[in-house]
Design a protein around this ligand. Structure first.
Ligand SMILES: *[C@@H]1O[C@H](CO)[C@@H](O)[C@H](O)[C@H]1NC(C)=O
Length: 293
């Protein structure tokens, strides 16, 4: 540092700015570019960086889909990104945004899966939660807007009290910590952030009845504003249990009245499937299904 003795404005900036940067690195923050936090894990040739790397394009064609992952794993926090899904006839395609502990048998996983549809038919968002290897908790909603027309924000907020999946500022799914009822909760393992675009026309659209139309390929989805605020593991000591992390605050232990109202609105009007009410799969609904909301 050039300025040594008198603390004037420029030297304050010189001192404070690196401090702020260090603080930002501590809990993570919105990176300037995609490659700052993520790496391509599947088909380099199908992911294109746009706008100086602040935006990316994912491509699906008959030769391949593609995928990316965060460089780090995190324990608690919030991950969000803006996504613009495949427009027009997207039946048979699946765009996924999820967190995963990468531990086979005791896997924790939080999934957003966007299931494409025929032109004019609604996109479906499927969510699922795996805790300590147990999944099979699918819920589905149809979106109340066209997710291919413009960018919308998809967020997973995760702390020791609950996991909240949101679309813009509407919670669409809440998985509460129900350890008191004997339901495992994803809390012991850090998770990485992942995304993939692939073809799944054996199940995705109307249960596999609608096949992908390769005449419409290539298919493109777009991502930007990658935002991870969480404790990287391994990372700075004490971060995970630091009560000063914003997501540990009292306001984030349950939905606010406004969020709860929006959540009810989504469930009442847009929910098309809930494993909790699927009597064929679960003659007796799993214990977390009685937990309210
Ligand atoms: C696709 O559209 C059909 C007809 O509107 C609807 O039943 C279905 O839930 C939509 N989503 C998927 C993934 O099939």
């Amino acid at each position: 540092m050039g300025v040594e003795n008198n603390i004037n404005r420029p030297s304050l900036i010189i001192i404070v700015f690196p401090l702020l940067l260090a603080l930002a690195a501590f809990v993570g923050a919105r990176p300037a570019t995609f490659l700052q936090d993520f790496r391509i894990t599947w088909s380099e040739t199908h992911i294109k960086q746009l706008q100086g790397g602040t935006e990316i394009q994912l491509r699906l064609d008959p030769s391949s889909g593609c995928g990316f992952a965060s460089n780090k794993q995190y324990l608690y926090g919030k991950v969000s990104m803006k996504i613009k899904l495949i427009p027009g006839d997207s039946a048979g395609t699946v765009t996924a945004f999820y967190m995963n502990s990468d531990t086979d048998t005791v896997r924790d996983e939080l999934d957003f899966e966007f299931l494409g549809n025929r032109s004019g038919q609604p996109y479906t968002v499927q969510t699922n939660v795996f805790a300590r290897g147990k999944g099979d908790r699918e819920q589905r909603i149809n979106l109340w807007f066209d997710p291919a027309a413009e960018y919308h924000t998809y967020t997973i907020m995760w702390n020791r009290h609950h996991v909240v999946f949101s679309v813009d500022d509407f919670p669409i799914r809440v998985f509460k910590n129900n350890e008191a009822r004997g339901v495992p909760f994803p809390k012991a393992q850090p998770m990485g952030v992942y995304s993939t675009l692939w073809e799944a026309d054996d199940w995705a659209t109307r249960g596999g009845l609608e096949k992908i139309n390769w005449n419409k390929a290539p298919f493109f989805a777009y991502y930007k504003d990658f935002d991870i605020e969480g404790c990287a593991v391994p990372g700075p000591r004490g971060c995970v249990s630091d009560p000063k992390n914003w997501w540990e605050g009292p306001a984030y232990r349950q939905l606010s009245p406004d969020q709860a109202r929006k959540y009810r609105w989504v469930r009442t009007n847009y929910m098309i499937y809930d494993y909790c009410t699927d009597k064929t799969r679960y003659p007796v609904p799993p214990p977390e299904c009685f937990a309210g909301y």
